[in-house]
Design a protein around this ligand. Structure first.
Ligand SMILES: N[C@@H](CCC(=O)N[C@@H](CS)C(=O)NCC(=O)O)C(=O)O
Ligand SMILES: [Fe+2]
Length: 356
């Protein structure tokens, strides 16, 4: 079993990657639109095939990446039939099972935060992905999207707290940086839903939360009712298309030495090593401009914003940082030379200076 907890800092959303280590079939729970590249990079780096994306509910605070993953990776979309969303490949009802390899998730209807909330229970109760029904020492609000504190109370008590005490709880959000809890812990210490709290107190409390609506709500809810499909499809294609680039999980656009070798005249090549390295044993690529990483931004006036920029260093690490600095400085077309001068030399491409 492969398991990763991923975080979107903008909306404080957790996305979960689950996969069978033998068949490499994977699924994502609650992917975020803006993080689709990151998720795809991780899937690729781990050698996984995305079979499903699952939503715990129609989110009000971020747009799902479900449609984008389906378009790019061919995954299928599943969420509750009661969500009212269009565009799913599978409309889940209570008790449905989604299998991946020898593992499976059971869908348990846990309405109350919204009417279409599902909790997904892994392999008979090892882990539970509770969405916004049960948060760590908290719960989702009940003041919009057909929310109901009475329904939420019963969902958590009857469908989540009935899981084994040692079952781990992974929520859709945490606003304080907490990552994981357990059924036993929440039964005991959840200030709203612990076993010592009655339904009347819970309802009274939830009806007086007085929270502001999520900032993205007017965009997120309509988009999520289409499973994240943009109104205009072309908005999703904000990729760099000037070279066959790949995107790493660390968030770096990279290109391979063979492409650069053929296309040197189409790019500005910036070497961010120190002068003694540039003129040292590895040599440098013909036409490269030397601007050491430490003085890159002060010297960015020497780099045009019109022509794509490729950054190189010894191994590809400093130049990866340089791509981030340049992007932040407003350069849209920037990529790292994968593997740096070491790979360039290893593949026997020509250099100026250097020793054989
Ligand atoms: N400030 C956040 C609010 C997010 C929010 O309201 N989150 C919902 C989940 S969709 C919630 O139930 N929050 C529980 C809470 O804040 O106590 C935003 O603007 O996005
Ligand atoms: Fe929510």
């Amino acid at each position: 079993m492969i398991f990763r907890q991923l975080f979107d800092p903008q909306s404080s959303t957790y996305t979960y990657l689950l996969a069978d280590s033998a068949t490499r079939e994977a699924l994502l729970i609650d992917p975020v639109f803006e993080q689709a590249r990151r998720d795809a990079a991780l899937l690729e780096e781990l050698g996984l095939k995305l079979a499903w994306t699952l939503e715990t509910h129609v989110h009000a605070d971020h747009v799902t990446g479900a449609w984008l993953h389906k378009k790019r990776l061919g995954s299928r979309i599943a969420l509750s039939r009661d969500s009212g969303a269009d565009g799913a490949d599978r409309a889940l009802v209570d008790g449905d099972r989604i299998a991946f390899g020898k593992h499976g998730l059971e869908a348990r209807a846990t309405p109350g935060h919204t009417s279409g909330c599902m909790t997904y229970v892994l392999d008979g109760g090892k882990l539970a992905f509770t969405g916004d029904a049960l948060l760590i020492r908290g719960c989702g609000r009940t003041d919009f999207q057909q929310g109901s504190p009475q329904r939420l109370f019963r969902s958590v008590r009857e469908r989540v707290f009935s899981l084994p005490d040692e079952c781990l709880i992974y929520p859709a959000h945490d606003y304080r940086g907490l990552t994981c809890s357990s059924v036993a812990e929440e039964k005991m210490y959840n200030p709203r839903l612990a076993e010592s709290v009655g339904e009347g107190d819970f309802v009274g409390y939830m009806n007086h939360l007085g929270l502001a609506h999520p900032k993205q709500m007017d965009i997120a809810v309509p988009a999520n009712l289409r499973c994240g499909k943009p109104e205009k499809d072309e908005a999703a294609g904000a990729d760099q298309d000037w070279a066959p680039l790949s995107y790493t999980f660390a968030g770096i656009w990279e290109l391979q030495p063979d492409w650069l070798q053929e296309n040197l005249s189409r790019v500005q090549l910036i070497d961010v090593r120190e002068p003694d390295e540039f003129n040292g044993a590895l040599g440098h690529i013909t036409g490269a401009k030397l601007i050491p990483l430490g003085s890159l931004i002060e010297n960015s006036g020497k780099i045009s914003k019109e022509k794509p920029v490729v950054v190189v260093c010894r191994s590809g690490a400093r130049s990866a940082q340089a791509t981030v600095l340049l992007r932040n400085a407003g350069y849209a077309k920037v990529a790292n030379l994968s593997g740096g001068m070491l790979r360039w030399r290893g593949q026997r491409f020509a250099v100026e200076g250097g020793v054989d």
